[in-house]
Design a protein around this ligand. Sequence first.
Ligand SMILES: [Zn+2]
Length: 274
Amino acid sequence: MDMACVLCGSPDRPTDEDVIPKWLLRAFDVQCPVTVNTREESGEPQTVATRRTPKVILQGGLCGECNNERLSRLENAVKPILAPMARYAQPTALDLGSQRLLAAWAIKTIYLLELAIRQQYPGVRPVEGYQPGIAEMGWLLDQLERRPAAQIDPPPRSMAWLGCWNCEERSVINYAPSSAPLPTRDGGEVVGQFTTLALGFAAFQVFTVDYVEAGRRDAVVWNPRPPDSISPALPRIWPHLLGAGAVAWPPAAFPNGEFDRLSSWDGALRRGVA
Ligand SMILES: [Zn+2]
């Protein structure tokens, strides 16, 4: 792995990034196994790793400025909102600004998590997760430089939902990436991601794509909605629906045994069904 910062490209002062931030690990205060699941539309979920320690490190992945300043500001903005939700499922009224902030944070975390998993488990998964492109990382960098952390916008074309999964305080990190192809006008496709990341009780789902490539090739907008069977349990937090207001989180929780149902949108996202 080259040592340039994955966010800004600087070769200076590479640092190790705790992809699952220390403040979140501290909130869980127990040494829990971390299950890393991968899922493709056509297959069953596969566990690639179960670790005794929930640390997930991107070694040498970020320069000091990105790690300790840019992303640190974002972590500090998110921490007071997310920590009690993830740890205790604490009922929280999420205003529009908090929804946007959590969406941007989740997308950032999923980008870096995939890079860390690739680094730690090279070749282990039959299908790897989604690697963010230059456009998406560049968008994040630009937002982090130009705006207060609490006001950054997620990348164009990205979407995010925030459900509640009953982690039962034992399986605190579950990651299930899958690909999400967007058909293009030229008959091809631009492949984005639909990824579930459950951190304690907070179950994020995000869609992202190389929005520059998707725009250049006139790709369709990825805009499904969860099926009626689960849509009340998956409020969308980004982009805001017309007339949307605060989200009262948590919605009804997905039972511990139903992570698969959550990550596949009750089967609707499996190949040939959606
Ligand atoms: Zn950097």
